[in-house]
Every structure is written in C-alpha cells, then in structure tokens.
Write a protein that binds this ligand. Sequence first.
Ligand SMILES: Nc1ncnc2c1ncn2[C@@H]1O[C@H](COP(=O)(O)OP(=O)(O)OP(=O)(O)O)[C@@H](O)[C@H]1O
Ligand SMILES: [Mg+2]
Length: 384
Amino acid sequence: MKVDLTGALNSMLQKTIKEYRAADECGDTRSARTKALECAGLLEQIAQSSPGQREIYMKRAQEWRAIAGQVEAKGSSKVVESAGTGENEFLTYAESLIATTPVRWGDIGGLENVKRLMMETIVIAGLNKPDSIKPWKGILLFGPPGTGKTLLAAAAAGSLNATFFDVKADRVLSKYFGESSKMVSGLYAAARVHSPSIVFVDEFDALSQSRGGDTSEATRKLLSTLLTELDGLQDKKSGQLLLTLAATNTPWDLDPAVLSRFPRRIYVTLPDPEACCEILKIHTKDLDCSSLDLGALGARCVENLYSGRDIQNLCQQAIWHMIREENTNLHHLAELPFDELKERSLKVRGLRAADFEDAFEKIRSPITRSDLERYDEWMEKFGE
Ligand SMILES: Nc1ncnc2c1ncn2[C@@H]1O[C@H](COP(=O)(O)OP(=O)(O)OP(=O)(O)O)[C@@H](O)[C@H]1O
Ligand SMILES: [Mg+2]
C-alpha cells in the first residue's frame, strides 16, 4: 500500500523552519545551519512524493542548501531575507496559490489573435536576446464576462508548464488585511523562485477601481506594492519568465498608474460566427453532431450576443434536453442503490436542432449592445 507522507513531511518542514528562525534570531549559527540543511532534506523527500511538483520542491531544497552555505560563510544571522522572520509565512501562503491547470490552447475556441499574441510574448521572454529587448511584464485582458479571459491565463500556464499563481485580489486582501503588501512581495518572491511563473490577478478591477475614491488603506498598500513589484521585475535576474496577467470586465475603472504598467491591453471579444462554431464543438465534443447545422447555430449565437460561457450553457441545456427525451423515467431510478446505478448506462443519442431550440429560449446573454459600444470605445482610446 502506498502511504502519502507529504502532509506529515510538510508539518515537519514548518516546524523545522520555525526552529531555523529561532536559531537564526539568537545568532546560533551552528544550529541555524543544521536546521537549514534539515529543511533542504525534508523538501527533497517531499519532492520524491509529489511527482507533479517535483521541480518546485527541488528548487526550494536548493535554496535552503544555499541558505545553509551562507550562514556558514558569513557566520551571521538574517542572511536571506526571504527565509528570515515572518516572510516565510507569506512565501508559504503564496505557494498555496499555485494551481495546476489542465487547460491547453486547444480548449479555447476562436480568439486566434489573442492566443498568438500571448504565445509570442511568452516565447520572447524565454529566448536569448539582446539586453535592450525586454519582454512584456504585464498583460491586461479585458472584455465582457464569460469570454475566456480566465481560460486564456490558464492555457498560457498549462501549455508552458509554468507555475501558475491564481490570485483573487479580494481574497488576499481579506486574509491578510493590513499585511497584504507583504503578501504581494511574498507572492513575487515565490514567483521568482518558481520561474517560469505566471501570476494571474483575476477581478483586477476590485483592487484598483476604488483607488481614487474611498480606498481602504490596505487596498492602497497592496496595489502600490504590486505596482512596485511590476516595475522591479525586469531589473532582477533576466532570462526568467515572470508574467503578470490581469483580467477585468471594467477596464474604465482602472486608473492611469495601473494602466501604465500594462502596456499590452488585449480586448477579449465576444466570439464571431466561426469562433462560435468552434466553441459549440468544444462543448459537445464526445457527442454526435452530424445532423446539426453548426454554421446556422453559430450565427444565432452571434445574434444573441452570446459569450463563450453562454455557448457552454447552451450546449448543456441542449444535452440535458436530449437526455430527458431519451431517458423518460430517469427520476424513478433514484430509488436504486448507487452500486446498482453504476451497472446501468444513460441512454444518449446525437444532438438535434430541436434540442437547441429549447436551449436558445432559456439562455439569455447578460450583455447589451451599449455595453459592447463601451468596450469598443475604450479599446479605441486605450487598447492594443
Ligand atoms: N473561447 C472559448 N472557448 C471555449 N470555451 C469558452 C470560451 N470562452 C468561454 N468559454 C467557456 O466559458 C467558461 C467561462 O470562461 P472564463 O471563465 O474564461 O470567462 P472570463 O472571461 O474569465 O469571465 P469573467 O469575466 O466573468 O471572469 C469557460 O470555463 C469555458 O467553459
Ligand atoms: Mg474570469
């Protein structure tokens, strides 16, 4: 039987880090060095039992070995800032924001230009190049809800095998109220350690929209640290990929200081007819759609101002309609024990136009034409 020891090892690691800090603080160089080496050893063990994140843990282990080396060389305390007092808590929290994403470029229908631009940005960051050529540090994705902004960020990280930090601004603020700017520094320290990294700040407007008005002190601090980190990134070690992607539905709420850090602003639009077809295909992937006129369905999606999310919902409704029609007494089976249910199969057939008729009735886009005009206007003034 395989036993998962990672949890136990992690608690030992936390304990050892604390002991290291205590030794470091009272200048006990010898113990600090021993504890740093123990941390490295534990991280190596964790790496062995976490195949998906092996490299990340090995990198951290190396860092701890370096810390041990520095303690020995200098014989003094506070050698490495990030391992010193308090900072580790933020580093550890930042590491808890690392998400693995199965999303790939192929899961996104349409948005060809956007995908290409993001791929180029990432490739440029990685390639050897003259010093004067700097990759973009920040990309702003804006557009109506449900158009694929989060999906794009996830695909960028997933396809690149980059470490993906999934940050919801509000959540960080509420967890580390008052210390959120330290949190942001911790986040970028972790992102540098785990490079190539993509820091994805979703619902970015929540942070900066109130900047001019009655902003809370905590929000202001968080934002200004974030901006400082974005400014500083290039100067630190080059050859690292550390890309900050920010997403918003309301770009007009961002103030100039924020905007200036995101020179690349990409409009993630509602899908055109062709993209609608692709999205329809993605969300009906393993069902027979040969009797459907996808072109006509796509055109209707455009007419209805559907986003990718609306199309996904549309497909789900259509599939549900088909299931109901094929399995009339489905609810009767609820009385059967679960094990018995597993023996039976749901009846399915190919999707038909009639399944979608019903679905089109039910799905209403939350977007209006005047909303779209507002995006277009902003795009013209401030966009790419
Ligand atoms: N271009 C697309 N191709 C395939 N699926 C899409 C596409 N756009 C959206 N979807 C579907 O809609 C869901 C929502 O998309 P996503 O979360 O990326 O939108 P968003 O732009 O981040 O929205 P919000 O602004 O509300 O955060 C996705 O999980 C996906 O299933
Ligand atoms: Mg989103």
